[in-house]
Design a binder for this molecule. Sequence first.
Ligand code: ADP
Ligand code: MG
Length: 689
Amino acid sequence: MNEHLLATMPTTRLRGVGTQLATNLTKLGIETVQDLLFHLPLRYMDRTKVTPIGALQPHADVVIEGEVRGCDLVYGRRRSLMCRLQDGTGIITLRFFHFSNAQRETLAKGGRLRCFGEVRRSSSGLEIYHPEYQFLDQLQPLPLQQHLTAVYPSVEGISQARLRTIINQALSLVSERSLPELLPEKKCQLTLIEALEFIHHPPSTAPLEQFSNGSHPAQQRLAFEEMLSHHLSLLQLRQAIQRHPAPSLNGDNRLQQRFLTSLPFPLTAAQQRVQQEIGADLAKSHPMLRLVQGDVGSGKTVVAALAALQAVASGFQAAIMAPTEILAEQHRNSFQEWLEPLGIELAMLTGRVKGKARERQLQMIRDGSARIVIGTHALFQEGVNFHNLGLTIIDEQHRFGVHQRLALREKGRGALLPHQLIMTATPIPRTLAMSAYADLDCSIIDELPPGRFPVNTVVVAKHRRGEIIEHIRNACAKGRQAYWVCTLIEESDVLEAQAAEATADELHLLLPGLNIGLVHGRQKPAEKAATMADFKRGDLQLLVATTVIEVGVDVPNASLMIIEDPERLGLAQLHQLRGRVGRGEQESHCVLLYSPPLSRQGTERLRIMRQTNDGFRIAEKDLELRGPGEVLGTRQTGEMPLRIADLQRDSHLLPEIKDTAISLLAHSPDRAQAIIERWLGGSQRYGQV
Ligand code: ADP
Ligand code: MG
């Protein structure tokens, strides 16, 4: 390690930084001198020129100069010292709530002052509270600042002046040796050092507008390098995985053909294309890492089944992991129906499979008699040993973070690493996919099966609940099925369950002729599964549910969905819920039954839901309204903490970042490594292989 590198130099190496200040700095996430340099200003003050007092405007940060014309102690609500300052163009009051006797005496003597501070309007004219000030010596004029003055994010115990001084010191240590330039030439208008100089000390002519929206080339320069570091780290991880050998799954396609002819429908062109992309990857002898995106209802499960069959036909096992028991159960049912006629044994492992049954499943997984294994994350716990796992399929990916993906890989350990297929529940905005999933190749099923009607969505206020209930009665009388989704209480699953129970009781009373079921998160898995099965068979006409049915549930005959209090949910979640209807041949309806008054965001969300059924558009809107943290889930964004860049604001940089990352890894792996270390610390952020 180079001892001159600012990246490893503790802040205590700076003059005036003792242990107390160093401790306070860590509250700002600052441990090294380099961290100080990357601690960017919130805004700037212009202390480069003196404003005449007569020209002052309230709220401006200014430098003024004038004569002290008197100092008084005033006993109002708070004792304060008030000094009048005059410069021939006007007069202003400097007000101090805290002051020492010495301070009061020197100010009372009068003299010329230069002050910095924010102008306020008060009942008696203009004032500045607690200005910073200096006495001006007639003989020796004090130079004004040459640059704009930065205002930094800070915490108690660190004054702005202090921060400025130590950041200036840090800047004075910057050199090509202590903070080497790592980007290839011509990638950016500015070098790293130039960018930092500019951001901490912009000239008075700097375009502040650009600064405040983060679009200044100096800020973009830093954002670029920071995002590049994350990208490199993910790509590096991917390369490390792909250096391992994987089983080449190139068995013949007779099983797949038999499966396809048994399906009551042909694949869509998009399904075929994606199947081919996957098929080609699986035949290779290094691990596939592929993300399949497709809108709700685009038919991802069939594509997963085809991939699993390719593993089976090649003599390997496939594992399919779902995020919930309901979904695992449903996949098991579909796979059983599809694959048992082909003589393929399945195993099922969830938290609910216990005792002897669990032992038996484990045995089948271990000895290889189970060719396809379906389950929740229970699949990847201790004690689960696969005979020869060739392919892992993770359904509804957005619930798993990078680290969980990595943990799954472990299960294939041995000589060969299994291939990985990841399927998202709803589309991910392109920019997010490019950054958060840079370690994955991406296939998109951009077509719905033919004959689907878009779901007709209406937005209705709660006081019309009665009409909606009538509507359910009529629809069910015609043989349709309906969902009633309670979203009211998300904070506690106990309360949520109670709310759903109350709604179910109420609907029982109001709709006495209907068979009504209830599913919520507090039920035993067996109970949930039984209710879902009844609904799927058509024995229940109305299913009251909490958002546990959000992901993946497939009951094509259900064509009506009521979502109560939809304004509480994000767009992606609403889209996912609504995707439970519109899966069959009849026209489907979704009623968004809201409680007025709506917030502006709430109104906007419901408007978008009414306007479009296109998951890709909804995803982009969701990102716009809620930001990447909410859209990706905290787990995933928590893995990608950005200090300077903003995924949304800086997404236009991504294509170039992607190219730069690929070329750096290929041609200058040392530099790539240094960039990762500079921004993400010595340990590779996304895990080792
Ligand atoms: P998702 O992509 O949301 O996981 P599913 O795989 O659950 O969607 O499929 C939704 C429904 O569409 C299922 O009932 C499935 O059998 C059906 N389906 C899948 N592919 C086709 C197709 N090519 N033509 C007609 N129906 C299809
Ligand atoms: Mg699905």
